[in-house]
Design a protein around this ligand. Sequence first.
Ligand code: 6PG
Length: 250
Amino acid sequence: MTGDVGGTRPEMHISPDAGALADEAARRFSAAAGAAITARGRFTVALSGGSTPKALFRLLAVPAARDAVDWGRVVICWGDERCVPPDDEQSNYRMTREQLLDHVPIPAAQIHRIPAELPDHEAAADAYAATLREVFACEPGALPRFDLIHLGLGTEGHTASLFPGSPALGERERLVAAPWVAKLDAWRITLTPPVLNAAREVQFLVAGKEKAAIVREILHAPYDPETFPAQIVAPTAGRLLWLLDAAAAG
Ligand code: 6PG
């Protein structure tokens, strides 16, 4: 199954089931980490939230997989966050800490949580943008270039916290935005399309038959990111890979 999305022909890997998908994603995570650390001395990754990554994180925390990654050289950021405290059950940070970060030897200073609990959401977005500029030592106007960005896909086509019709979809200057998501009646903090598309590699991790219809739309419907936000992901000088299970691949 292939399809042009915004001019970038994505690569596809289809695993038999969600467990095999998590295995494949864990294998690729370790390989990408090793390659980045060898090439540049560190591995910078932006993780996604929601439920799909949990199986991957649990696998990466298993001693055999854990010991295959030099966590002392891994830098963790997030692609988006819910505007809740970091110990809230809705927090992507809490989920990642419980499933992964509490079980691997990564220095706390290399974990860059989105301060989404701040009441001023714009200030939270600006604060995270400043963090990214510092982590990546960005020259003025330069974009942070992650080694890997993980993204999920919502059944209506959102990714990170870029939802259909969101003003954040048109953001071309700011690194981080704070959109109101009417569907969820909630504020979110999200990386913007320029940051997503600056990555060396972007991987969508999508599992389950409930995602099959939207995966088909994203890959084969005419380019319309206002309707299908995930279509906006087209790395300008990087790899785009869809990691699917057979159910999501339809
Ligand atoms: C979030 C995610 C979001 C997620 C999709 C898919 O904060 O919820 O970043 O973009 O990846 O909604 O979520 P599931 O994996 O739970 O289907």
